[in-house]
Design a protein around this ligand. Sequence first.
Ligand SMILES: NC(=O)c1ccc[n+]([C@@H]2O[C@H](COP(=O)([O-])OP(=O)(O)OC[C@H]3O[C@@H](n4cnc5c(N)ncnc54)[C@H](OP(=O)(O)O)[C@@H]3O)[C@@H](O)[C@H]2O)c1
Length: 352
Amino acid sequence: MAANQAAYLHKSGSPLEVSDAPMPKAGPNEIIVKNAAIAINPLDTHMASAGVFVQVWPAILGCDVAGVVHEVGSEVAQEGRFKVGDRVIGHTINLTTGKPQDAAYALYSAVPANKAAILPGAIPFTEGAVIPFVLEAAVCALCVTKPGIALPGVPTPAVGLPYPSLADPAAPLDKTLIVYGGASSAGSMATQLASAAGITVVSVAGAHNAAFSKTCGATAVLDRADPNLADKLVAAVNEAGNEFVGIFDAVCSPETYAHDLAVLARLGGGHLACVHPPPSEGIPENVQAGMIFAVNDAATPVWRDWVTPALRSGRLRPFPPPLVVGKGLEYIQTALEKCVAGVSAAKLVVEL
Ligand SMILES: NC(=O)c1ccc[n+]([C@@H]2O[C@H](COP(=O)([O-])OP(=O)(O)OC[C@H]3O[C@@H](n4cnc5c(N)ncnc54)[C@H](OP(=O)(O)O)[C@@H]3O)[C@@H](O)[C@H]2O)c1
């Protein structure tokens, strides 16, 4: 009989504690994954330190799992998309459900079947675990067509770009997007998805990560420390000669917002899709600003039809590469601390 354990957060700001946990049970449209690797996201550190979004205490955190299917729900069994023993990656969504079993920091987690995909055998679990949450974040930044609500008073962006295709190279579209934070986890994934949809991506990254951002699909990468960054972004977009869509800001600091608004003003406005609430003042009428909320059914077609074949063909790469912190639930606390200290073009992963 399988037994579960989890890394529990008993109160905000306290270290996680590993203890026995109830074995999750699959709902009709869920799979239970025996986790082999989980990844850490900055969101988890905010939840751990301040308790934001925590609905049930003690809490289990985490959104990214890679592992083996342990149980399938009744509808999933009927559909036949997953079976026990399949290697999978999945996005756990306790962020919205609040249920501890819907979280990643455990030996077993419940994952909605429409937020999971088969992980090809050639890709290690530690690499697969870097994908799920930021895949959904990238879809939310690029492909949502109608604005929703991210937080009270803060709309989600509706940039309305097409989904990524499996064609390699993708048929070019007459559209250019700026991705600010091209080497971040969210920014590099958005760069991969946008370029797989045929969109020209101009990114901003540290100079040491320019080659990485190009590997993700950026056609031009500008140095985040360039004193003339706004001028150079405008020039790069003009040089591409396409319709300017807007900016996905995967960093969202006062510095990046100042650049965003300067560039948007000079390029005639456009979308400003942010990972945090956009500036509350100074947004002109020709700028449509919003904050993504990375749990969205808009990602379902990507999960169901694109992720596995794209991983097989190399159209989707498990980027940024994993930085494995250790093996065992006990290492998640260390990984959270490393995440707070910051990473560069890397995703912190714990093997289980
Ligand atoms: N709202 C949502 O649904 C949602 C979803 C996903 C993520 N997020 C948020 O998005 C943010 C990014 O998450 P993540 O996982 O992508 O983070 P991450 O990978 O840990 O971000 C680190 C990367 O950001 C880069 N960076 C930092 N400041 C930069 C700047 N001024 N210009 C260019 N690059 C810069 C760093 O570049 P260097 O290599 O040069 O140091 C580093 O590579 C976090 O705040 C997270 O909470 C929100």
